[in-house]
Design a binder for this molecule. Sequence first.
Ligand code: FES
Length: 140
Amino acid sequence: MSQPFPAPQWFDLPRAPAPGTVVAQHDALADACATMVALDTTEGNVFRLLLMRAGPGVHAFVNRCPHFGVPLAARQEQLLQKPGISISCNVHYARFRWSDGLCESGECKGESLISVPLEVHSDGRVCIASDPVDRPPGEL
Ligand code: FES
């Protein structure tokens, strides 16, 4: 299914956190598990991310389904995931690939979750990357 408009970048979304914002401590994230975090932004508003830890690495997606722009899940215990393989939307059950957020089946097949670049620091802080653009490996 083709997408009528380009997907927004994470930093264009309302309440997007600033680069450098701490989102978690690495050792607090279960390996091969998606963890939902709600970042307090301004005036009690929150920005929800899904942190996908794989060993020493962590990548993140905005908790937003490309089908209707709604959260994949409202709470951690509602996340539908096959650890290390896929995560699914609670609304119409579109299934997204763990590694890159591509929708493999469902109403928005071929679209992707919005990726947010992260940096893992030597002290274990997991932060929004200082460079807000998420580039494929090897691309400058
Ligand atoms: S809103 Fe997520 S699959 Fe429809």
